[in-house]
Write a new protein. Structure first.
Lengths: 473, 492
């Protein structure tokens, strides 16, 4: 679960980074060449990009005064490094959850505790991974940096998905990915627009709808693939189509290739041909007090790389704990596995970005909010999901794109509501309240839902269902 | 409608008092205080000719007669008023039940229009915000009362169907016909409206549709075994969703009446309207009188609604059409007749903001207020009503909302934009005509029924003359016999 959790966060990060990087690149390109006319008033020398701005809202300025007193040069460098990595975020209070989770595993605490601790530990780790990829991007340049974020953040989620696939928990993978999309589209976007609308009650709130349109189009393509699978399934079971398992898997794999193709085109669009759509807004001076302005990397390239690998390994460990203990947590807390995967995991996983999106909505910078939430949803839907199917294909596991009826229906409605909400380029608080309430309704729906596998204790359930439930659990 | 008007009226009042307190983007201050509600319902009003009454010498009698004239003759729909006493008479003299149904329906139309007039008059006294709230709750009083009576009589399906039908009628029929006729009348003019208002309503309608879809999918998931079989969660989920919908409606009212009033102000009325529209800045009847009449008329509406709900099955059997068709198509058409007429008239005058305000606002009110309120009231009454409409109704609702959302998304209009929703409504109507979604039976048209009957008779004769009695032929005859019996039972 932690894998999924992290991957959700990392996706969002990747989204932020990729949007940030063309802006940063243009800035770099502009500065040496003496300002090559960018469309937005961008060249104030700050290089503020969407990624920087969003994740920097959670960063703190590193106070190096204490460290400079350390005499030994090497020790000082290491300590600076550590301070930058571990204390450079407001989320650092959650870091102790990481060793606690590992301790909980070896000391055999309650499984539910292990689950909760792993979840908590994943939040700061995911944020730090985004920070590290950003630092690395300073060295590699913005385009490669953007690509790096687009894949690295998602690579974490992919590793998580692979672990879960390896354990045969295909439903958990599907549910958590759908839940992440729903959370980004309805919860993050809705709460940001709502709170931003209330904070800016008498101001005009506008955003560039072209960016939203691109993302909406891709999300609809992804939704179409899921619907086709679902409809196909239904047609087979109602006898319209011949009962044959092979076409469904084959269709899923074909659709996954189509979705990956769309994602590649989207990256090309975003990073090469239509960069100007994604340039972020100029940051005002009043932001400097709570955001860290960084034009330079704060840690060295090999150091960043080493930390990145290390943190990814820790993320993998925590994710394995989460995936293993999800049923135990579900039994212990009395809520269904689907509710945990669809609602709880993404909420906790997206926490860092969620906070960032709300903060920027308060400042009436809706383009960044939209870039974070919509970009993340698009990446999960068009990259992580199909890639999971392809990798499962390679691993010989039968994963398809067929979500259940409830998930598919919720996904479609979420995309439609978001598309209609964002279609005119303006916003007010009611536009945020409606998606938020939709998310509440969907959450309530999954809260009362119970998959038959959970009915082990239900006397009225058929023997077959009970035995299936026992086998699965 | 009224809630939107009332901020405009209030701003007008404020503007007048303070000598013009800062324009709000639209020219409203021509001294008429014309609001969407006023304009829409006033299109059906007639100027009261008080000359006849003024000849009466006795002063209280004159006041009383003036009052009565204002109430009863102040609308072009007054021709339908006799249906009210006729319906009451029909009940006590035991006329055919179908007659009682039809008369009650006809009698409800002018009463609904008068209730809206009275709430408008009361709003003059209470101020625009309270007036807006009053209209927001009483605006669809007819639907609400019918729903409550049907709940009380345990006809939950009638409630659901009539409310869905009302939303469909507002979205597709009223809006479609208005845009169509308005487009034809203004063939070479630019037809514009403010799409922000449409967007707000569309968003709320989608939220309501989402709740219905979740319930429907939940039920399907239970049937196909994806979900555990448990009836309680559907009810709990419905009640949770109803509270969410009511919350959204309260936020919508707050948005409309307090923070974003300027989005809902109506257009300026031109001088050429004065000949057929009553311009009123002052109430025409006293507050106490208005209140009294309002209570009285609501009581009569309740009475007629009870007749309607009580006789719907009898009318259905007598006319040979399904109860769901009557609830989804017939009831709302008759119930919305006054608003429908008003919306068309304003589309003719190219005042599409008012048309949209009337139709979309009404649909939003029913979807986000009356429906969840019915569920909550049923909860209090101990009746198991949920938000689960059947598949056909839910999909019609979704498609209607999508069609309207796409139609209205660019802020302009022409006649084809009205024709499309209109034809959608015809298609949906045809669908409900042939298929009784409550019982899942296909409704045999009389000619189809005849053909079917003839075919079965032929088969029967064929087997009777052939004494072999082959098994499948027997089964065929049995099936034919069964179907025929069912069709006979249905048709009569």
């Amino acid at each position: 679960m932690s894998y999924i959790f992290v991957s959700c966060t990392a996706d969002n990060v990747a989204a932020m980074a990729s949007t940030g990087y063309e802006a940063a690149r243009r800035l770099e390109a502009g500065n040496p060449k003496g300002g090559s006319g960018s469309r937005t008033a961008h060249g104030h020398g700050h290089g503020r990009t969407a990624h920087n701005m969003s994740s920097s809202s959670l960063r703190k300025k590193s106070d190096l005064s204490l460290l400079s007193k350390v005499r030994c040069g090497l020790l000082r460098t290491i300590l600076t490094n550590l301070q930058e990595i571990f204390l450079g975020t407001k989320l650092f209070i959650l870091f102790p959850a990481v060793p606690l989770a590992i301790a909980a595993n070896y000391l055999h605490f309650g499984r539910a505790w292990l689950f909760a601790l792993s979840l908590l530990g994943l939040t700061p780790l995911a944020e730090r991974v985004s920070f590290l990829t950003e630092q690395i991007a300073y060295y590699t340049g913005p385009t490669v940096g953007g690509l790096l974020n687009a894949t690295c953040g998602n690579a974490t989620e992919l590793i998580i998905a692979l672990f879960a696939l390896h354990r045969g928990k295909i439903e958990v993978v599907k549910c958590s990915l759908v839940g992440s999309i729903l959370s980004n589209l309805l919860l993050v976007l809705g709460s940001s627009l709502f709170l931003g609308g209330i904070a800016n009650l008498h101001k005009e709130q506008s955003f560039d709808r072209k960016q939203a349109d691109v993302n909406t189009g891709l999300l609809l393509l992804g939704a179409l693939c899921h619907i086709l699978l679902l409809a196909f399934d239904h047609a087979v079971s109602s006898g319209e189509q011949a009962a044959d398992a092979a076409p469904r898997l084959w269709l899923s794999r074909a659709c996954s290739i189509v979705m990956l193709l769309a994602y590649v085109a989207y990256l090309f669009f975003q990073l090469k041909t239509h960069r100007q759509l994604y340039e972020s807004e100029e940051e005002q001076d009043d932001d400097n007090d709570d955001a860290v302005a960084q034009d330079e990397a704060v840690i060295g390239f090999p150091s960043a790389l080493a930390w990145l690998l290390g943190m990814t390994a820790v993320i993998a460990i925590l994710s394995e704990y989460v995936v293993a203990t999800i049923e135990a947590a579900s039994d212990s807390w009395g809520i269904s596995v689907s509710f945990i995967s669809i609602i709880l995991l993404p909420i906790v996983g997206n926490a860092a970005e969620h906070a960032g999106a709300i903060i920027f909505a308060f400042k009436n910078k809706l383009d960044i909010t939209l870039g974070v939430s919509l970009g993340s949803a698009t990446q999960i839907s068009m990259f992580v999901v199909p890639l999971s199917v392809i990798v499962a294909w390679i691993m010989g596991i039968k994963m398809d794109l067929d979500l259940e009826l409830l998930e598919t229906g919720s996904l479609i409605m979420a995309i439609l509501i978001t598309a209609f909400t964002l279609q005119d380029g303006t916003s007010h608080y009611l536009k945020g309240l409606v998606p938020l309430l939709c998310y509440l309704a969907i959450g309530a729906c999954f809260f009362v839902s119970k998959s038959p596998a959970n009915q082990i204790h239900d006397v009225n359930a058929g023997v077959l269902t009970t035995s299936t439930g026992v086998t699965v659990a």
